[in-house]
Design a protein around this ligand. Structure first.
Ligand SMILES: Nc1ncnc2c1ncn2[C@@H]1O[C@H](COP(=O)(O)OP(=O)(O)OP(=O)(O)O)[C@@H](O)[C@H]1O
Ligand SMILES: [Mg+2]
Length: 495
C-alpha cells in the first residue's frame, strides 16, 4: 500500500514538474527580447536542468583550483580552464560574463567564463554543463596563522561539471580525458614564454597566499638568440642540441630508470664567452620558460625550496655566477669573526667612544645579517636533487661560473650537473661564423690577419661580436674588419 502511494505521488510530482516545465518554457519565450532575459537566463537553465534531473538524475564532478596542499594550482583545473575557452567562445548567447587575459597575439584577448557563469558542451550526443564558482573563505584552515591566515581568507575557485547519470561511463571514461588533452593543446597554443625572476620581501601573492619572503615575478621571454646565431664549435653545438633533444623526448626513459626528469648543465668560462647567450639559445630551442634565480635575494633554504616548487615543468632554472652566490655564508662568518677581533681591540684601549661605535656597527651588521641570504650549499644540493625536484618533471637546471675551480665538487658532480660545457675564447672558426652572421661576409682579404691575431691573443666572442657590429651608416664590412685587426694590434702593443 505504502509502495503504491509513493509510486502515485512520484507520478503526480512528475506530472506537476512537466506542467511547470511547459509553463516555464512559455514564460521564457515571452521574456525573449526583453532586458530581463539577461537576469533570468542563468536561472532558467538551472531550472530546466533540475526538471530534467527529476526524470533522469545528474551527477557532478568538481575540479578545485588548488589541491589539498594548496602549494600549486592543479593541472586539471588549468586544463579545464583552457578547454572551456573554446566552449565559451562557441556558446551561442550563453556566457555573458567573461574574463579577459592578454594572449600570445598582442592584439587579442584570451577569453574565459567568469565566476558563476555556466556553459553547456556537447560530446558524442551527450550534453554536459560546466559551472564556474568560488567558495567562501575557509574559517577553519589549520596550520600556522602566518602561513594560512591570509590564505584561508582567499576565495577558492572551482569548476563543476554536471551530466546525466545515463552518460556516466562516456563522461568519466572519455569526455574528461578529452577535456584534459584538449586543454593542454590550448595551453600550448596560447603559451607565451616567460622569464621569471625571484623577488625578495615579505609579501602575499596574487592568490592571497603568503609568499614566504620570496616569490616569482615575470616578463615575456623574447630573447632573439638561437643556436643558428651562436658561435660555437659545430661539434660541440651539435652535441648540446642532441642532448637537449634526448632530454625533451626522454619521459619514458626517465620513468623506466626511476630518475627525476631533470638535467643539470654547468656552463663555465671567462666573461663574455657566451654562457648567458647559450642559455637563451637553449630556451628558444626547447621552447621552455626560464627561471633566473638570484640566490642572494633568497633568504633561507626553505624559501629556495618554495621557489623551486612553484616552477613549472618545461622550464630552465638558472643560477648565474654560482661561485659568487654560494660564498655568502663563508663571507658572513668571516665578517663576524673580524668584528669580534675589532671588539677585543677596543676593550684593551678602554675607549668608550670606540665601544659605542662598535655597538652601532654590530647593530648595523645584525640588520644586514637578517636581510642577507642564509642559503647554504646543502640547501642548494637539496634543491637540485631533493625529493621536491621530482615534482612536475621536465626541468633543466643551469649553473654558470667564471671560476669552475672554486666550486665545491659536490655541487657539480655528475648526476647533479650532468653536462659540463666549457665556453672558451674566440677561435678562427667562431670568428668566421660571427663575420657571416654580423656582416654577411664569408671570405675577406683581412681574414688571414685576424686569424693570426686570434692565435696570439685571447679575445672573447663578445669582443669580436662588438667589433663586427657597424656603429653608423658609414661603417661596412671592410671598416669593421680593419678596426678589429687594428684593435688587436693596438692591444698587443699596449702589452
Ligand atoms: N658564442 C657567442 N656567439 C654569439 N654571440 C656571442 C657569443 N658569446 C658572446 N656573444 C655576444 O656577447 C654578449 C655577451 O655574452 P654573454 O652575456 O653570453 O657572456 P657570458 O659568458 O654570460 O658573460 P658573463 O660571464 O660576464 O656573464 C652577448 O650579448 C652576445 O651578443
Ligand atoms: Mg652571463
Amino acid at each position: 500500500m505504502e509502495a503504491s502511494s509513493s509510486l502515485w505521488s512520484g507520478v503526480n510530482s512528475g506530472i506537476v514538474l512537466s506542467l511547470l516545465a511547459v509553463v516555464w518554457t512559455m514564460l521564457w519565450q515571452g521574456l525573449q527580447g526583453l532586458q530581463l532575459q539577461h537576469f533570468f537566463g542563468r536561472h532558467s537553465r538551472h531550472l530546466s536542468r533540475r526538471l530534467a534531473a527529476a526524470f533522469d538524475p545528474y551527477l557532478t564532478v568538481t575540479v578545485a583550483e588548488y589541491d589539498g596542499g594548496r602549494m600549486r594550482r592543479s593541472d586539471a583545473y588549468k586544463e579545464a580552464q583552457a578547454y572551456l575557452q573554446r566552449a565559451t567562445r562557441e556558446a551561442r548567447g550563453g556566457v555573458r560574463h567573461l574574463k579577459a587575459e592578454p594572449g600570445k597575439d598582442p592584439d587579442r584577448m584570451v577569453l574565459s567564463m567568469d565566476d558563476n557563469e555556466e556553459v553547456a558542451d556537447e560530446f558524442r550526443g551527450a550534453t554536459v554543463w560546466w559551472l564556474a564558482y568560488t567558495a567562501q573563505p575557509r574559517e577553519d584552515a589549520g596550520g600556522p596563522s602566518y602561513f594560512w591566515g591570509r590564505a584561508s581568507r582567499a576565495e577558492r575557485r572551482f569548476y563543476r561539471l554536471c551530466f546525466l547519470e545515463r552518460d556516466r561511463d562516456l563522461i568519466l571514461g572519455e569526455y574528461l580525458p578529452h577535456v584534459r588533452r584538449e586543454g593542454r593543446a590550448v595551453m600550448v597554443k596560447n603559451r607565451q614564454r616567460k622569464l621569471f625572476t625571484n623577488i625578495s620581501g615579505d609579501s602575499w601573492d596574487s592568490d592571497g597566499f603568503w609568499s614566504g619572503g620570496s616569490s616569482w615575478s615575470h616578463v615575456v621571454f623574447e630573447h632573439p638568440k638561437t643556436f643558428a646565431t651562436l658561435a660555437m664549435d659545430p661539434a660541440k653545438k651539435k652535441e648540446i642540441m642532441d642532448d637537449l633533444d634526448a632530454f625533451r623526448g626522454g619521459k619514458d626513459y626517465y620513468a623506466r630508470v626511476g630518475k627525476a626528469w631533470k638535467r643539470g648543465y654547468l656552463l663555465y668560462g671567462p666573461p663574455g664567452t657566451g654562457k648567458s647567450t647559450t642559455i637563451a639559445a637553449m630556451a628558444n630551442y626547447l621552447d621552455y620558460d626560464v627561471y633566473d634565480i638570484e640566490l642572494t635575494s633568497v633568504r633561507t633554504n626553505t624559501d629556495l625550496r618554495k621557489l623551486f616548487i612553484e616552477t613549472t615543468s618545461k622550464s630552465i632554472i638558472v643560477i648565474e655566477d654560482i661561485d659568487c652566490s654560494l660564498d655568502l655564508t663563508g663571507k658572513r662568518k668571516k665578517k663576524k669573526q673580524a668584528a669580534e677581533g675589532d671588539g677585543e681591540g677596543s676593550k684593551d684601549g678602554g675607549d668608550k667612544k670606540d665601544g659605542a661605535e662598535a655597538a652601532g656597527k654590530e647593530e648595523e651588521e645584525e640588520k644586514e645579517d637578517k636581510s642577507a641570504s642564509k642559503v647554504t650549499l646543502s640547501g642548494v644540493l637539496n634543491f637540485i636533487d631533493g625529493l621536491w625536484s621530482a615534482c612536475g618533471g621536465e626541468r633543466i637546471i643551469v649553473f654558470t661560473t667564471n671560476h669552475v675551480e672554486k666550486l665545491d665538487p659536490a655541487l657539480i658532480r655528475r648526476g647533479r650537473m650532468d653536462k659540463h660545457i666549457e665556453m672558451s675564447y674566440c677561435c678562427f672558426e667562431s670568428f668566421r661564423f660571427l663575420a657571416r652572421v654580423y656582416l654577411g661576409v664569408d671570405a675577406h682579404p683581412l681574414f688571414d690577419a685576424v686569424a693570426s691575431l686570434l692565435r696570439e691573443a685571447d679575445m672573447t666572442p663578445a669582443d669580436v661580436a662588438e667589433n663586427l657590429t657597424p656603429k653608423g651608416p658609414g661603417e661596412d664590412a671592410d671598416s669593421c674588419l680593419a678596426a678589429l685587426a687594428k684593435k688587436e694590434a693596438a692591444d698587443d702593443d699596449e702589452e
